[in-house]
Design a protein around this ligand. Structure first.
Ligand code: 9MR
Length: 545
């Protein structure tokens, strides 16, 4: 074993650093020296291994540390708009996550600050982080930078990397596929640096003695969670899910980007022109788990602007060409819904009790989101989607519209407006309140909104993606726990008054597998110990007469 490795493992010294760190040190420099020069003395190796890491690229010449992510080409480019007249151009992007990336394993267990200067015809560029904990890979945004085409915009954000994280990667991406130019990019440690040479293994606690949410809530609503295939393969998770929940939603694997098969669709374009090819490998693990353990499934989701590959919307599935016409897109929509529903019912009869037919169609700025569904089919695409869903759904499968911030007055009014004809046609059964909320959201306003959906449209209610951000700080666990308790108590109150709230789904199990892990929004800690948030949910139901 190389000396630097031996001493790296033995030492975990603390060093002072700051987000505004000292002279940039190339992340790879220390290791290269030590690996090749065995005469380096032990003390300097210790220092190298424990010095706070810095990633820094100024792109002032052809040499840079950025690596490609996905299909892209990375090229140094002279650029008058850049501070030092040099930039990195990222092109040939085929997916939103295609971009430039850096290994950031040395930041494990530390808070980092990432900063970059970008220009692009994309409206924004994101600095994101990916890592794996307990075999589950999560992707989080560190900073979103609004970008312009001709001049550079700078943005930065901080992120606490869990100490049980592996394969940590910081990367630059953007939802649209236009080129991205980077003038400068850096990642530094905030505050004290602690070196974790390896991910600290999570020691799961025994969860078998917890009261059971699904049992406690059985007189009111089903209790669900979002899952991923990897989590289900972990025994402690599988046991906890079986004990606590009677409903589950696939966090990703039932979405169009998991189901649609581009290669097959273009290989036989005649056959698949109006009925894109589908594949179901990704979703089977979770469906099997649900069937074998008596959980029902909320199908998420059929018609969405995101996690739906762009090629679906183009003539001959070719994004280099023109958008497909309305008739083609109506046929593709109908066949996609038909194929997914029929396959599911045939292979897992009765398992999927509800489908999120349309997801997030309301625009944050008001009205309908101008998605590719909207642009190709037109304003009635929501009505059409629900009509097809009704046509192919098994009789007792409930059809839902699902959205976030749907308790906010303006968004709610927009949603009610575009769902009214769907409700009048009898093609919708429920409204999914995603409920990605925080402890400052007014619970009374939220509950009033639920009542209004029922009064106006006669719809059943599911809370579909509940998480409550509080962030760390004084008293954070208790405040979050109190919020969960009040929130659940008021939901129960409404249910008792006759409002058909039929399920409450949390968006993940433990904080570490949340899509917003750095906000600690869920009810179990990383080791599956219960948070006051879990106890708050139990207390809410136990205090009922
Ligand atoms: O939890 C999902 C996460 O793993 C994905 O990376 C993300 C990508 O869009 O989608 C997350 O789930 C979203 C859900 O499908 C719709 N509402 C918002 C959720 C959080 O982004």
């Amino acid at each position: 074993m190389k000396l630097n490795r031996i001493y790296g493992f033995m030492l975990s010294a603390l060093m002072l650093s700051a987000c505004t760190a000292q002279t940039p040190v190339q992340d790879t420099a220390a290791e290269t020296t030590a690996e090749t020069d065995t005469t380096v003395d032990v003390l300097s190796l210790e220092a190298e291994k424990t010095e706070a890491p810095v990633i820094s690229d100024t792109f002032s010449d052809e040499s840079f540390n950025a690596e490609k992510r996905g299909t892209v080409i990375l090229r140094y480019t002279e650029d008058d708009a850049a501070a030092d007249k040099g930039a990195l151009r990222i092109f040939n992007r085929n997916n939103s996550w295609d971009g430039a990336q850096y290994n950031a394993d040395k930041f494990r267990g530390n808070e980092l600050e990432a900063e970059g200067s970008f220009r692009s015809t994309n409206p924004n560029v994101r600095i994101s982080i990916q890592y794996t904990v307990n075999d589950n890979t999560t992707y989080n945004t560190i900073a979103t930078v609004n970008t312009k085409e001709a001049s550079y915009s700078k943005g930065s954000g901080k992120y606490i990397v869990p100490k049980n994280a592996e394969n940590i990667i910081v990367y630059v991406e953007s939802d649209n596929l236009e080129d991205i130019y980077i003038d400068d990019f850096s990642v530094r440690v905030c505050g004290e640096y602690t070196y974790y040479p390896e991910a600290v293994a999570t020691e799961f606690v025994d969860t078998s003695n917890y009261p059971s949410l699904k049992e406690e809530y059985k007189d009111y609503f089903r209790i669900g969670t979002a899952t991923s295939p990897n989590l289900l393969k972990k025994e402690p998770y599988a046991e906890l899910i079986k004990a606590q929940y009677n409903s589950m939603t696939m966090g990703n694997s039932f979405k169009p980007d998991s189901i649609l098969d581009h290669n097959k669709s273009v290989r036989d374009i005649e056959k698949y022109m109006y009925s894109p090819a589908v594949k179901f490998d990704a979703v089977k693990t979770e469906l099997d788990f649900a069937r074998d353990n008596g959980l029902t499934v909320r199908g998420h989701t059929l018609v969405w602007y995101s996690q739906t590959p762009e090629w679906l919307f183009y003539k001959n599935y070719d994004i280099g060409g023109e958008l497909a016409d309305r008739e083609t897109m109506l046929a593709r929509m109908e066949n996609y819904i038909k194929n997914v529903m029929e396959w599911t019912e045939e292979n897992y009869p009765g398992l999927v009790r509800a489908w999120d037919v349309v997801n997030e169609a309301a625009d944050d700025g008001g009205g309908m989101r101008k998605s590719l569904w909207y642009k190709t089919i037109g304003e009635d695409y929501i009505e059409q989607a629900f009509m097809f869903a009704r046509k192919y759904a098994p009789e007792d499968t409930k059809l839902f519209y699902n959205d976030y911030n749907s308790y906010q007055t303006r968004k709610q009014n927009d949603i009610i407006t575009f769902l009214r004809p769907v409700a009048e046609a009898g093609n919708i059964d429920g409204i999914g309140m995603q409920s990605h909320i925080n402890v400052n959201i007014n619970i009374t306003q939220y509950m009033t909104a639920l009542q209004k959906y029922y009064d106006e449209l006669g719809l059943e209610i599911n809370v579909t993606e509940l998480d409550v951000c509080r962030g760390k700080g004084d008293n954070w666990q208790k405040e979050q726990g109190d919020y969960f308790k009040r929130f659940m108590s008021e939901l129960i109150e409404l249910r008792k008054k006759g409002l058909p709230i039929t399920s409450v789904t949390l968006w993940g199990i433990s904080d570490t597998d949340s899509w917003i892990a750095s906000d600690y929004p869920l009810i179990f800690n990383d080791d599956l110990s219960r948070k006051p948030a879990f106890d708050g949910m139990i207390e809410a139901v136990n205090s009922q007469e």
